[in-house]
Design a protein around this ligand. Structure first.
Ligand code: MN
Length: 408
């Protein structure tokens, strides 16, 4: 689909030139007072309540916006996603629609936002060369940092979909087994190395068929959009349990995502080439054209920015992740979520985890005047993501979580 028109200016108060202008329009699920949760689109500091406006316009898919999750809309596929986006842009830029639409703009401060998608399967990758290299150097200082498979395939694991939570949900410090380096046996107790992973998540809209792979060129036909994602990680639990089958209880206790899903259509201006991949990947992983995204991330702890990981530096792109995830014939379903892995850039100020920022706990960092290696109870972490849009920068919402004391 080509966009020959340039978007007009919105009539919504305060929205033009903001991070949530008509070039953005992320989808979420909101409720107000005792009303049922339903689908809305963010414009400026408002949520556009789609169901009544769609009913008034007799939109054929309008009833899908009465659902308490985005799934039914996501399942309709790219043609419908594009036509609905065009319809909403028309509503919000045409002064002639203002009288009909304005009563359905709900101020953000009056709504509660929910988990936007009923999550199907969840996969987490490990796509940052800088992150994988840093972790290799920290955990295996005497060995080659990258394992032999890393430059040949996007490494990933299947995570726990049922513990994906909406931004704003408190994260209880997990308990589990860990073993100190000098100890001969493990002990049980609250994690002492609670960490974050600043990531970008990809939400599957249109499903694929079992037994058929999704080529890299079909990425945008299946993936609807993106969410900021925090893959909370208990490093001490992880270090003891992860060999030989990979992450398990050190990561399954909570994964936070943004309450707004930003459509790929809003990220056209953010598309960039992937870094040079050497050696050249196998055929099914090759991409034509820009397959990366220029998305900036800020990691804030207790009100202070401590790191700025750059998504554009990621080695493997999401089309490659999806192609790899399905190359064996595994299918994807509406609502499936896959995430990039920790986003880290080459410098210290661009590291997307505290494991790296503190270099395994040996180089503490500070936030709001307090020294930290890993998180303490009561610490609040906020990830903020922005990208270039058609008019200026667009906001991808925030991923907020406060550490709650362990239940012992
Ligand atoms: Mn992760």
């Amino acid at each position: 689909m080509t966009h020959q028109h340039r978007l007009a200016t919105t009539w919504v108060d305060g929205a033009a030139g903001s991070l949530y202008d008509v070039d953005n329009l992320p989808y979420g699920v909101f409720s107000r007072d005792a009303e049922n949760a339903r689908v809305g689109v963010r414009i400026g500091e408002f949520v556009l309540d789609l169901a009544p406006v769609a009913a008034a316009d007799m939109l054929s898919v309008g009833h899908l916006f009465e659902a308490p999750e985005l799934n039914a809309f996501l399942a309709t596929g790219r043609d419908t996603w594009d036509s609905v986006r065009g319809w909403i842009q028309g509503l919000l830029t045409d002064e002639g629609e203002r009288d009909i639409v304005e009563p359905s703009l709900v101020p953000l401060e009056q709504v509660t936002l929910a988990l936007p998608v009923a999550i199907g399967d969840y996969v987490d990758f490990y796509s940052s060369l800088d992150h994988a290299s840093n972790v290799g150097k920290i955990l295996r200082p005497d060995a080659e940092p990258l394992l032999p498979n890393w430059r040949h395939l996007p490494v990933g694991y299947h995570g726990r979909a049922g513990t994906v939570v909406a931004s704003g949900t408190g994260v209880r410090r997990p308990c589990g087994q860990s073993k100190a380096a000098e100890a001969s046996v493990p002990t049980y107790g609250p994690s002492r190395r609670l960490d974050i992973e600043a990531e970008l998540g990809f939400v599957v809209g249109a499903p694929s068929r079992l037994g058929e792979r999704v080529p890299t060129a079909a990425f945008a036909d299946h993936v609807f959009g993106v969410v900021g994602l925090n893959d909370w990680s208990a490093r001490d639990i992880q270090a003891w349990e992860y060999v030989p089958l990979g992450p398990f209880l050190g990561k399954s206790f909570a994964t936070s995502i943004a309450t707004w899903v930003t459509p790929l259509a809003a990220l056209e201006a953010a598309r960039v080439d992937l870094p040079v991949q050497e050696p050249t990947p196998l055929g099914y992983l090759q991409v034509g054209g820009p397959a990366g995204y220029d998305i900036a991330v800020e990691v804030e702890v207790n009100g202070e920015v401590v790191s700025r990981p750059p998504y554009r530096s990621m080695y493997w792109g999401p089309a490659q992740m999806l192609a790899h995830m399905t190359v064996n014939g595994a299918s994807v379903r509406t609502g499936d979520l896959f995430a990039s892995g920790t986003i880290s850039g080459p410098t210290r100020a661009e590291r997307g985890s505290f494991l790296e920022l503190s270099w395994g706990g040996t180089e503490p960092w500070t936030a709001a005047g307090h020294e930290r290696s890993f998180l303490l109870d009561g610490d609040e972490v906020v990830l903020r993501l922005t990208a270039p849009g058609e008019f200026g920068r667009i906001g991808l919402g925030e991923v907020r979580g406060t550490v709650v004391r362990a239940r012992t």
